[in-house]
Design a protein around this ligand. Structure first.
Ligand code: ADP
Ligand code: MG
Length: 649
């Protein structure tokens, strides 16, 4: 075949492949357009996994009638006028590829009414052909409906997975966009049911509540720290919130959702003794840096980024992320109290319903496109009562509001992802100003027990030990909470911290009076050889004794002699499973096992010992989980008890 220049339609379909991979990528592009348009309320609705039907509705600035056709031209954008601006991009879009690419491979219906216009326009096309543009009385903002993705590119269509799978990916993407924009009310509807709906009140915790539920929202740890030009804000989940994949690690750079292996590694390094080996911490983290420190233009969907100085960035991230855990205690009553009141969605619901009657009059009449009246009510209500972030002394890092972008408007400022702007009760605990790190921090908090003079903070919180239930759970009354403490888990954590501290100064060993001789298989022997330094860090002194025996001269100081042999063999099994893990991870596993075994072998605690344990928990700088990530403390509030007994509604 001779060489020919391809016609525009074919070129369009080929190029579409870069941006439009599947329904989830369409959602990303359309929601980002809505955000760039200054929307405060965005709805994503799909049917058939988003392959059959996908709608995005926003209340943004809309597209002026004369520009609608242009919006569907290739490389047509209102966000960039010359190449110089590429180095300082402040909008999510700028390549002008999304609308033409999506239109080339689906049936499109777009309705838009621009700010200040009496009526809007409706644009339809099929595979980029049969374009129709008519006047239409639609509500302010833009709705795009995409139907039958890849109807005209059967090969690409065949590459899509089942609707349920694609729908799941759309849900993940919607969650990611929602969590990256807590100041925007977002709703995600799939197959007719609303799966997520955030209030857009600017509180990241409430956005997390909308996606992951109360337990997660309450238990994630806030971070807001900066050094030099770099700042990290957001929430981190460890312990029980750890997950079996990295799918719940959400990273944003200047508000833009990205994949960021660099931050992921930094997070995992910092959280090592806070999650069970083999699990991953979860997070919603925004990295804020000068636009020119990072290149976002290396990937068509702008999902991957390149940093100017990777090594430095990674070190900075580790440092900043560590600060989230500074000052934590195994038992921190004040923090628990704040945490229990951190998510107050009841209040938001009441506020919204209170203003409902007032806003019904300003709800625009339904346009030609399906619009959910409830959604508009909430959208309007949110605007009316200004549930968007407010500036307040106690609040952390309020993001700049997204200005409404005029169609050919100056780009909005770099968006700091709305950070942890808390309800008043939570502000108390979380309201420390961003941690500024100037010098190298000392050894991470979890590795050193605090000196006694640092006990001040928790001394004032009154508490009363009620007793022990089932020889396992210590009951404590503290303020308006009833605490249930798993004494074994608590004890294990404290032993672990002690062992860790001793490992650091080389005093983890306890000499055995009579060395223990253990016969090993060839495989076990190899595991010992591979892990000699790991074992010795934890306190074991081991030497070969003939061909198939070893002699254990010393054990971790937390252990008694009786459990030496069975525990050692169990550790070897565990180490052989962890073959590929880092030295740190293997060392941590050995120590964790030693502590667990030490606690198991212990007798039930006396009253005096319980007392001492609680005091130690209040002062030990470490996470409130056992070293394997199981929780140490659970709480019931007085309110919950009163509800339980129907004293209140
Ligand atoms: P880009 O976002 O890179 O500019 P797109 O193809 O996604 O390119 O969109 C083209 C143009 O259409 C945008 O620059 C914007 O002016 C306009 N546009 C698209 N979606 C919307 C929307 N939801 N609200 C207002 N304007 C929009
Ligand atoms: Mg775009």
């Amino acid at each position: 075949m001779p060489i020919r220049i391809l016609d525009a339609a074919t070129v369009g379909r080929i190029a579409a492949g870069e941006v439009v991979e599947r329904p989830a990528s369409v959602v990303k592009e359309l929601v980002e357009n809505a955000l760039d348009a200054g929307a405060t309320s965005v709805t994503v609705e799909i049917r058939g996994g988003g392959i059959d039907y996908l709608r995005v509705t926003d209340n943004g600035c809309g597209i002026p009638p004369e520009q609608i056709r242009l919006a569907f031209e290739n490389h047509a954008t209102s966000k960039l006028s010359n190449a110089d601006q590429l180095d300082d991009i402040r909008t999510l879009g700028f390549r002008g590829e999304a609308l033409p690419s999506i239109a080339a491979v689906s049936r499109i219906e777009l309705c838009s009414r621009a700010t200040g216009q009496d009526s809007g326009m409706r644009y339809t096309c099929e595979g980029g052909q049969n374009i129709r543009l008519i006047e239409d009385g639609c509500p302010q903002g833009t709705t795009i409906i995409m139907r039958d993705l890849f109807f005209n590119v059967p090969v690409r269509r065949a590459f899509l997975k089942k609707a349920s799978y694609e729908g799941g990916l759309v849900g993940d993407m919607a969650a990611r966009l929602l969590l990256g924009n807590p100041g925007i009310s977002m709703r995600f509807i799939s197959g007719g049911s609303t799966l997520y709906h955030s209030f857009g009140d600017g509180k990241l915790r409430n956005a997390v509540f909308a996606v992951y539920g109360r337990e997660t929202a309450e238990n994630m740890k806030p971070i807001d720290a900066f050094e030099g030009g770099t700042r990290i804000t957001g929430l981190i989940g460890t312990g029980e919130l750890a997950k079996s994949t990295r799918a719940h690690q959400l990273f944003y750079i200047n508000g833009r959702a990205v994949r960021c292996p660099l931050m992921s590694r930094a997070l995992e390094e910092v959280c090592r003794s806070r999650v069970t080996i083999g699990l991953y911490p979860m997070c919603v983290l925004n990295l804020i840096l000068p636009a020119n420190a990072v290149d976002i233009n290396v990937h068509p969907s702008k999902l991957e980024v390149r940093f100017r100085d990777e090594d430095m960035m990674r070190a900075t991230c580790v440092k900043l992320l560590s600060s989230a855990f500074e000052g934590e205690r195994v038992l921190d009553i004040d923090a628990l109290k704040a945490q229990r009141t951190a998510v107050n969605t009841e209040k938001v619901v009441r506020e919204v319903s209170r203003v409902m009657p007032a806003v019904t009059s300003i709800v625009p009449t339904a346009g030609a496109l399906r619009e959910d009246p409830a959604e508009r009510l909430i959208g309007a209500a949110v605007k009316t009562v200004q549930l968007r972030p407010r500036r307040g002394d106690g609040e952390v890092a309020e993001p700049p509001a997204r200005p409404r972008v005029e169609p050919v408007a100056p780009p909005r400022p770099v968006v700091a992802m709305p950070t942890v702007v808390e309800t008043p009760a939570a502000v108390k605990a979380d309201s420390k100003p961003p941690t500024v790190i100037r010098k190298k921090p000392e050894a991470p908090a979890e590795q050193t027990a605090l000196p006694p003079e640092a006990l001040g903070a928790s001394k004032e919180t009154p508490y009363r030990i009620i007793g022990t239930a089932f020889k396992t759970y210590i009951l404590v009354e503290a303020g308006d909470m009833l605490l249930l403490i798993d004494q074994h888990a608590a004890h294990e954590r404290i032993q672990y911290e002690r062992l860790m501290a001793r490992a650091l100064d080389g005093t983890a060993s306890q000499q055995l009076l009579i060395p223990e001789i253990i016969r090993l298989s060839a495989r076990e022997m190899a595991v010992v050889e591979d892990n000699l330094d790991v074992l010795s860090d934890a306190g074991y002194v081991v030497e070969p004794f003939g061909d198939s025996d070893i002699r254990i001269l010393a054990v971790p100081f937390v252990l008694g002699r009786a459990e030496t042999k069975p525990l050692f063999l169990e550790m070897l099994t565990s180490l052989s499973r962890l073959k590929a893990a880092t030295v740190d991870a293997r060392r941590s596993e050995v120590m964790q096992m030693a502590c667990k075994s030490a606690v198991k072998a212990g007798d039930p605690l006396t009253d005096g010992e319980i007392d001492a344990l609680i005091r130690e928990m209040l002062t030990t700088g470490a996470p409130s989980t056992c070293p394997h990530g199981r929780p140490v403390v659970k709480s019931l509030t007085r309110r919950e008890l009163e509800k339980m007994f129907k004293r209140i509604q």
